[in-house]
Design a protein around this ligand. Structure first.
Ligand code: DGL
Length: 269
């Protein structure tokens, strides 16, 4: 077993870079291969059938790179396609829903949790079901926030328009008196400051990508799959459309330079 094999991460596009960022912080010696399906993003408004099909194709890209474990960074994919990806891959697969749900239940003293995500994630009820499995007494309120994705990609992280939209979206969660909110979408950690401001400082925000990284770290340790090398890790980025925009926004999401980004051919909408 070669522990230097990379961790594979995939997402519908750029957003999964927030998860790569968390992996780089918590697991600084792991090699990473990332695939973002930039030709077909967004997945959020698409039907579960389409997302499941896309997820299998994304998985195949990573499997070609001999990954030792797959992280589904995309909440929408994790919500509706975890089972098909697990079936396809011969390696362990981790989605963001269960780690996010576990972290939220742990954090919520009042047992009142809000979930924000894409339409696909919220309508799937995946977070609600995962939370109820852990603690049936928790009251869960889901709220789709589809406009947060383009706002984050536009870099409007401190913009009045974003604050106005956040107030509109998050008002139902305030009414429900939630004490914990799951950032159930790859893009939302970028808007964390404004979301926290609108929800008030006593509400705990859970970054599902960060929670997943903690779970991955434990999993690698338990399975004796940690990379023991202390060399600078190798990071490889692949996308399905021309890489220009990915490079520009990806660096903001990742918080560091990306290096070369490669295009994978054959992904048509
Ligand atoms: N990556 C998606 C998610 O976390 C957001 C962007 C999209 O709709 O594809 O759900």
């Amino acid at each position: 077993m070669d522990n230097a094999r990379p961790i594979g991460v995939f997402d519908s596009g750029i957003g999964g870079m927030t998860v790569v960022r968390a992996i780089m912080q918590h697991l600084p010696h792991e090699n990473i291969v990332y695939f973002g399906d930039t030709a077909r993003v967004p997945y959020g408004p698409k039907s579960p059938q389409v997302v499941r099909e896309y997820a299998l194709q994304d998985t195949d890209v990573l499997l070609k790179h001999d990954v030792k474990l797959i992280v589904i960074a995309c909440n929408t994919v994790s919500a509706v396609a975890l089972d098909v990806v697990q079936k396809r891959a011969k390696v362990p697969v981790v989605g963001v829903i269960i780690p996010g749900a576990e972290a939220a239940v742990k954090a919520s003293a009042k047992k009142r949790i809000g979930i924000i995500g894409t339409l696909g994630t919220i309508f799937s009820n995946a977070y609600t079901n995962a939370i109820r499995q852990i603690d049936p007494a928790v009251k869960v309120t889901g709220q789709p926030c589809p406009l947060f994705v383009p706002l984050a990609e536009e870099g409007w992280i401190d913009h009045k328009a974003t604050e106005l939209i956040a107030k509109e979206y998050l008002f139902p969660l305030t009414l429900e008196k939630v004490d914990t909110v799951v950032l159930g979408c790859t893009h939302y950690p970028i808007l964390r400051k404004i979301i926290q401001k609108v929800l008030h400082s006593d509400v705990t925000l859970i970054d599902s990508g960060e929670a997943t990284t903690v779970a991955v770290k434990k999993m690698l340790k338990d399975m004796h799959l940690e990379n023991t090398s202390t060399q600078k890790p190798n990071l490889k980025f692949f996308v399905s459309d021309v890489p220009h925009k990915f490079m520009e926004i990806g660096e903001q999401f990742l918080g560091t330079k990306l290096g070369k980004v490669h295009r994978v051919e054959g992904f048509l909408t």
